[in-house]
Design a protein around this ligand. Sequence first.
Ligand code: PFF
Length: 512
Amino acid sequence: MADRKSPAAPEQWATRIGVILAVAGSAVGLGNFLRFPGQAAQNGGGAFMLPYFISLLLLGIPICWAEWTMGRYGGSRGFNSAPGIYSVIWPHRLAKYFGALALLIPLVIYMYYVVIEAWCLGYAYDYLVGNLQLGSEPAAYQQHFDEFIGKTADGFIYEGGNNTLVVLLVVVFIMNFACIYRGVAKGIEDFCKVAMPIMAVCALCVLVRVLTLDRDKVIAGLGSMWNPSAEYLAKPETWLAASGQIFFSLSVGFGIIVNYASYVRRDDDIALSGLTASSVNEFFEVCLGGLITLPAAFIFLGAAATTQGTFGLGFNALPNVFAVMPGGRVFGFLWFLMLFLAAITSSISMLQPVIAFLEEGLGLRRHASATLLGLITAFGTAFVMYFSKDMAALDTFDFWIGTMFIFILAMIQTIFYGWIYGIERGDEELHRGAHMRVPRFVQWILKYITPIYLLAIFIGICITSGPGYYKTLSAGGVPLYSVIVIAIVFAFLLLLVHIAGRRWEREGRLKF
Ligand code: PFF
């Protein structure tokens, strides 16, 4: 193989199972084990699952296929990054600027996602050395968590003398960048091939432990997760939350799948690979994530514990559960190790689209692109860590990027696919080398139903969350600074995309 670090060397996945595991690794993450149970509990348990599955079928899986199709097509035309791929889908000068959004989203999500990843690593380590046996008092776990993440004051992490988290973050950054630096096949693929099975084993161990506790309580716990509270079905928030969860969980609408799919060979199957990766994600989410967290919290702590929200469940309720469960220290370690592996296979996928762009757009070599990206992400992560009070920066990044912008990008992508590239061509491209036949109506769904459904949800989000967020922003402070940071990063990316576009035109790689 040619020199992998040279920007001109085309990268490719080494094996089919490798690409499936890499895409599944991106999809399976904290969203499956923390966000999903938290969202389900807050939105009517079983009632959440109906819009959840509808969104999976109408949005998640069809857009996944569209992203795989556009990605492989772009890859076969010599582009791996969204600005380049969008420009071959829509040969117009404006197309590449939409690609800047597909760089911004993973980049900003990385900035806060790695912080949570570092929490997981810290908790796994603490279980390993026995630092987290704090007794059966819930307040002790809450206090530990708040101090650990610096929830009580801004700057606590740096100034409070507790710099464990900083050390953990440095370790996590090094691991992520080492993977990326080694390239798609030798870095991401090889890592996911090892991490995914270990993660599955850890999750299964914790699941078996939870389900073999007290039979009656287990059944009541499962009921708390799965019994539908019908009134929630009538609430628009339930539908918004369910579709948002599908996006976040499948890594759809982030610009990740187009990038990963661009490393697939021109005649390799994408239809079945895409469906398999999505199915693996759903198995981890519904069968493992949905059966561990809430039932465990319910069994030991009662119904109140199950409404603690995303981080409350994972970092407070469950450690409390491990404290009173036989073998709790071992299972605590396995749980947080699994969360850490789930997180890192996702966070590396957030870096790759940007690395690919820096290399093919600006002609940077691997060490230069990794250094530049390292500096940008380190700045963003330091910002999130500094403004740790009530997780204000993290929440603001998550709201704008992880909730709003992913819908916008998904809409852009469905328009690119359904209305510009065209569903006829799309259907043909999707089926080249395919090991399965995707029903024709999926293309019609992609062209007509998905954009309308997306628009309806987006308007719903604007109506339900918009006024509240406007108020928060106009009050100034951390939410406003966070939005300014996002805007600066976006402006910077737009500038880079502009430079890259001129370069591609000069080189004759893009013709309009
Ligand atoms: N899908 C991941 C999860 O469920 O945790 C999150 C994620 C991965 C978000 C990749 C964004 C991304 F680019």
